[in-house]
Write a protein of this length. Structure first.
Length: 722
């Protein structure tokens, strides 16, 4: 009887868990980190995620998944991503394939990047996808990645650190101080390139790195705060008894207030985002809190040892649908806001989980968790006393048109009375729907990149997310709920019915079997004379040039026929590639003891040990200099003993070791000055050296023995006759 209720309760519990899991999955939190366009020089073009139009890039623009950048000729840009900095050279195309708390995945289809990674957690991935390969950074360090304008080759230079390259069917590990050039997507065509001398782009990157390494502000902020190094030269730090370390800007106009010099833009997935005009304005706009101490504005960072969470703007909005401003043309709808003070709760306009809500507040200020939970559970909290709302000049108000069109706030700001500010309600989101101009941040039209480089296919190790839906497909739903971005469930419902305005990136993900981290280094192949890397590096160190392998002996040659002269003639000459030495002229060896015969003709090719001493000296390695072989000396024949006339047998094609005369052994002596050991010689072989002495006439002993025998025969015949 109790089995059924227990089963029902278990089923209900399982369903509730599934619904809770589905709810968390359907309303996934946005990333806690973002990229920043922190430096520009020259003409930089920008295209927001899901869009096909290009506009002029603006400093401090937050960048996220789907955004694209293009640097024109003689232009540069710097992108900051948490503990990494990516610098773009001129004529470089860069897209952000994926950016969240775990991965930073960039797409480089043309141009040059200098990447400096100061910190890389074990759970984080930093990947660069190119037309030829996917490059994953394994360690903090300094890297240079360059893709040819035609997209056919990619150079990877690891100055410090370690990385992995993945292709279609192969993967390699690249260590520090290693440089390679890969052509194609299978990593078979690889060229080792010598270390590149730093060029002007590298020197500029190093100067920018020194600003970060020597930053004073790094002591007072979390290492995840983006742009803190810009605070060093634009303000000073002081210690306050209440808030601790506080930063005060020193280059602001009289009456200045936070969130005044800049504009509002619609950045998916966070919604309305503040873009500050000051070079130092990124960190103080998206992290920490502002306070007014004795009439001076100071920025209070969050806890130093806490991972910082990015926020689009740490402000509270004043007014509602009926909020009106009085301007010269009459009353118009308006939007107003003021900065949050320390220990005040920030309520995002986008849907987030409880954990995200707690983290984004705890990481940017010191606040009680009980207060945070009360705000998260109760969305209609109205009895809040905001400290900065009472500060004169803290509330900034502009017409709605200025807000939506991403126009300059300081030029259109309207003064409002204190009575209006106090009477207007406070909310976490402005009830204003974005327009297409809001997505581009009100920037003017930018230069469109030539060609279709952003449509090139790239190789990736990690599959990127689905293409971002363009604003046109979202506009109807955004208008229905003004001021609030779409959550993940709404995006999934919209994706099958909507097409992105911009073409989705073409990505080839390597096979799962290749995802395992490689351990082998690329093959060290000598650069070809026509290689682009070698041509551009005329000042490279020649000692890094690999040496071509020495020529091998003819197939089937016995080991004793491998002469020392060939090996030493083909040795490495102080790092220079050396062609094998030609074989020196041949010297005939003395014939073994045999009846008189005609000297056989010299063979067309003789083993190395049959080369005389003069040739070896002419072909000796002379401190790395290649020396032409000396001409062969006249052929010297060995002495021939007296014997009845016979027909000479044919000369053997290969003589056994015991038939090699002393002249060959001396000609094949060790070139270090020690003669080579000679094999045992038969007693019948003459040991005279034709180069040391003249031949002697043969002895007459055989003739005398014959004469004695005849005389004995005649004596015996005489005795018989008697």
């Amino acid at each position: 009887m109790q089995t059924q209720p227990l089963s029902l309760r278990a089923f209900a519990f399982a369903v509730s868990v599934a619904l809770l899991a589905f709810s968390d999955w359907a309303n996934a939190d946005p990333p806690s980190r973002v990229a920043r366009l922190g430096y520009m020089a020259g003409s930089i073009s920008f295209s927001p995620a899901g869009e096909n139009d290009w506009s002029q890039a603006r400093i401090n623009r937050p960048l996220t998944t789907g955004d694209r950048l293009w640097t024109n000729t003689r232009s540069r840009a710097e992108i900051q991503i948490g503990g990494a900095v990516v610098r773009m050279h001129g004529e470089t195309s860069l897209s952000i394939l994926n950016l969240n708390d775990r991965i930073a995945q960039l797409q480089l289809t043309q141009g040059t990047l200098n990447v400096r990674v100061r910190r890389l957690d074990r759970s984080q991935v930093f990947e660069i996808a190119t037309p030829n390969l996917a490059f994953t950074l394994r360690q903090p360090g300094e890297y240079r990645i360059e893709v040819d304008p035609d997209g056919n080759a990619t150079e990877i230079i690891v100055r410090r650190g370690q990385g992995e390259v993945y292709g279609e069917g192969a993967s390699y590990l690249i260590d520090s101080q290693q440089s390679y050039r890969f052509t194609g997507t299978d990593l078979r065509d690889v060229e080792y390139i010598s270390s590149q001398r730093p060029d002007e782009f590298d020197r500029w990157s190093n100067d920018r790195d020194r600003r970060i390494d020597n930053s004073t502000s790094a002591r007072y902020v979390s290492q995840d705060v983006v742009g803190y190094e810009d605070l060093d030269t634009n303000g000073n730090w002081r210690v306050d008894a209440t808030y601790g370390n506080v930063w005060y800007p020193n280059r602001v106009a009289s009456g200045w207030a936070p969130y005044r010099d800049g504009h509002w833009a619609w950045v998916d997935p966070w919604g309305w985002t503040w873009v500050d005009d000051a070079p130092w304005g990124f960190a103080v706009s998206h992290y920490g809190r502002w306070t007014n101490l004795r009439g001076t504005w100071g920025w209070v960072p969050g806890p130093v040892r806490t991972r910082a969470y990015y926020a689009p703007a740490l402000v509270a909005f004043v007014g509602g649908n009926n909020f009106q401003l009085s301007i010269s043309s009459g009353n118009v709808g308006g939007v107003a806001w003021f900065p949050l003070a320390p220990r005040e709760v920030y309520r995002p306009a986008y849907t987030v989980s409880r954990g995200y809500f707690e983290n984004i507040n705890n990481s940017n200020t010191v606040i009680n968790n009980t207060v945070i939970n009360n705000y998260y559970n109760n969305t209609n909290v109205t009895n809040i006393v905001y400290a900065n709302r009472q500060v004169p000049g803290a509330v900034i108000a502009v017409p709605t048109t200025t807000f939506v069109q991403s126009q300059q706030v300081s030029r259109a700001a309207v003064r409002v009375s204190q009575e209006m500010i106090v009477s207007a309600p406070v909310a976490g989101v402005p009830r204003v729907a974005p327009t297409e101009r809001s997505v581009h941040g009100g920037a003017a039209q930018g230069d469109r990149p030539q060609g279709r480089m952003f449509e090139r296919a790239v190789v990736a190790r990690t599959a990127p997310p689905a293409a971002v839906i363009g604003f046109a497909a979202q506009q109807q739903m955004l208008t229905a709920a003004p001021g609030r971005p779409l959550d993940d469930s709404a995006r999934r419902d919209l994706r099958p019915r909507a097409a992105a305005a911009a073409a989705a990136p073409v990505v080839t993900v390597v096979a799962p079997a290749q995802v395992a981290p490689p351990t082998a280094l690329p093959p060290r192949v000598a650069p070809s004379s026509a290689g682009r890397g070698g041509d551009r590096r005329g000042n490279s160190d020649d000692r890094d040039t690999p040496v071509a392998p020495a020529a091998l002996p003819a197939p089937g040659a016995p080991p004793e026929q491998r002469g020392r002269s060939e090996q030493r003639g083909n040795r490495e000459q102080r790092g220079q590639q050396v062609a094998p030495q030609p074989a020196p002229p041949q010297v005939n060896a003395p014939a073994p003891v045999a009846p008189p015969q005609v000297a056989p003709p010299a063979p067309t090719a003789q083993p190395p040990e049959q080369r005389g001493r003069p040739e070896q000296r002419g072909n000796r390695d002379q401190r790395g200099q290649q020396v032409a072989p000396q001409p062969a000396p006249p052929q010297v024949n060995a002495p021939v003993p007296v014997a009845p006339p016979q027909v000479a047998p044919p000369a053997p094609t290969a003589q056994p070791p015991e038939q090699r005369g002393r002249p060959e052994q001396r000609g094949n002596r060790d070139q270090r000055g020690q003669p080579a050991a000679s094999p045992p010689q038969p007693q019948s072989v003459p040991r005279a050296d034709p180069r040391d002495q003249e031949p002697k006439p043969a002895a007459a002993k055989p003739k005398e023995k014959k004469k004695d025998s005849d005389e004995q025969k005649r004596d015996e015949e005489n005795r018989k006759e008697k």
